[in-house]
Design a protein around this ligand. Structure first.
Ligand SMILES: *Cc1c(COP(=O)(O)O)cnc(C)c1O
Length: 370
């Protein structure tokens, strides 16, 4: 039996709510589950406003649009991230300004941000990768000093903490994804959150075709259909009710992998900084020089054992369509991570037996290679 890299758990509550949505006929973006999901998600984070979106990518686009970011502006973003963070910036016409990763947490290197800030810079977008918070205080301080916005991409960090504060509740306006492998899922979906009333209002207008107030079918600017459906929100609400169980499962997974894989030469397991509570969205490991196999060789051998894994992201500026944004700079940490990092099966449905089988396979593959 193959062990998939991600298998979701769909709760009984989610199934009940989705059926209720189907049976009542509220299948589009009107219907009671939208408001309920938004309300419960805002409560979970401790923020004033939560606005559903059709995906994490569209949520990021809406957040940047609400801030008024446009052509001629720059947004600081990690070189090492999921491509949606960068694409959302490009949709607005603004330019991504890349900053290299920090090797231990894989997140944006906060010591390298300020050198990038110019008059054109309008926002910093930290991304909390694989469930570990970026180092937010220096980022928030820089944003305050330069009077620019912070847009957290918390797609991979539902429930993660930074100094007891929730990831996705620290920036000016922040985003989550509910893609099938995310901790809370709606299949496809996203959320924009903020404490700012005016930004929240802008997001609600822009995501729904920018209807002018008080005059039906009249529009004064370009809008978007980035709405979530009531079906998706029903699923999300049922999943969110169990988010604390999911976070416990992730904690169990991280501890069990650490126990099963600890002490293997050249295999660097994820760490958690003193400022963070890591929710281990994916169990991300790095193959170091002392290892007997390369990352690619190890993943290939795991696949032969029926174990699915995924390599890390590529460094965004290494991709030809983005290379001109690199401005001649290099991003050695992001490039190194993209060659050495991968993640093991980490889904919420992962069993103890599966996890043990993964650990046994890693040991046997690396022992054989030694
Ligand atoms: C998943 C993800 C997104 C995009 O979310 P979608 O819902 O797939 O559009 C954005 N940023 C990061 C870091 C992600 O992991």
């Amino acid at each position: 039996m193959r062990i998939p890299v991600n298998e979701p758990v769909i709760t009984a509550a989610a199934k009940t709510y989705v059926n209720e949505a189907l049976e009542t006929g509220w299948i589009s973006s009107s219907g009671p589950f939208i408001g309920k999901f938004e309300e419960e998600f805002a409560k979970f984070l401790g923020v004033k406003h939560a606005m559903t979106a059709s995906s994490g990518t569209t949520a990021l686009h809406l957040a940047l649009l609400a801030l008024g970011i446009k052509e001629g502006d720059d947004v600081i973003v990690p070189a090492f991230t999921m491509i949606a963070s960068v694409d959302a910036i490009l949709y607005t016409g603004a330019s991504p300004l890349f900053v290299d990763a920090e090797p231990e947490t894989f997140n944006i290197d906060v010591t390298k941000i300020e050198a990038q800030i110019t008059q054109r810079t309008k926002a910093i977008m930290p991304v909390h990768l694989y469930g570990h918070s970026a180092d937010m205080d220096p980022i928030l301080a820089l944003a305050k000093k330069h009077k620019i916005a912070v847009v957290e991409d918390a797609a991979e960090a539902h429930g993660a903490l930074y100094k007891r504060r929730k990831c996705g509740a620290m920036g000016t306006i922040n985003c989550f994804s509910f893609y099938g492998n995310k901790i809370v899922t709606t299949g496809e979906g996203g959320m924009v959150v903020t404490d700012d009333d005016a930004l929240a209002k802008r997001v609600r207008t822009l995501k729904d075709l920018a209807h002018a107030p008080g005059r039906r079918f009249w529009h004064e600017e370009v809008g978007y259909n980035y709405r979530m459906t009531n079906l998706q929100a029903a699923c999300g609400l049922g999943q969110l009710e169990h988010v604390h169980d999911f976070l416990e499962t992730k904690e169990w997974m991280a501890q069990a992998y650490a126990k099963g894989l600890g002490g293997i030469r050249g295999l660097r397991l994820p760490i958690t900084k003193a400022y963070a509570e890591n929710v281990h969205w994916m169990y991300a490991v790095v193959v170091e020089d002392g290892c007997t196999l390369s990352r690619d060789e190890l993943c290939k051998r795991l696949a032969e054992h029926g174990i699915d894994s995924r390599p890390f992201f590529f460094s965004a500026p290494s991709m030809p369509f983005l290379s001109h944004f690199a401005q001649g700079e290099s991003f050695p940490v992001a490039e190194d991570l993209s060659r050495r990092g991968f993640y093991l099966p980490s889904g919420l449905a992962l069993t103890q037996d599966q996890l043990d089988a993964v650990c046994r396979a890693v040991h046997s593959i690396l022992d054989d290679a030694a």
